[in-house]
Design a protein around this ligand. Sequence first.
Ligand code: ASC
Length: 154
Amino acid sequence: MKRNTVLSCTAAFLFVATAAAHGVGTPTPAQRAVDYRQGVYHAIGWNFGPMAGMVKGEIPFDAKDFALRAERVAFLSTLPLEGFIPNSRVGKTDAKQEIWDNMDDFKSKMKTFQTEAGKLAEAAKTASAVDALKPQFGKVGQACKDCHDKYKED
Ligand code: ASC
């Protein structure tokens, strides 16, 4: 091979290898699944935070805002499961292997989250004081925690 050909092949290889190492290019289905479920969890956290603030008395209770966020979390709770596709424990993820080893239990915990989040959204429609929502909010938080304790890194 000519020296120039060798050099340009080497350069092309290094370019592609570097790009791949830096995660440039089309993400794999597994990486897209990780991005999808993390995006959903971020949206859940975004909406869960202000409700927690109101429950703790750090933010003034706003019944309409609480109800809207509770409704969003109830909807969002139906989304993450789809992102836990087989062999998608890749890249930067806190998902433990135990999820795929205990998928039935994982699904059941996700279902509990959905049920409790649904009840919170329902209760929030008519509640005029935050005290009335505290017990159900606690159940949603406990559902988050039960799953995280077993299936989330740290
Ligand atoms: C959050 C968060 C969680 C849950 C959990 C509720 O804001 O990041 O993992 O709430 O702590 O108990």
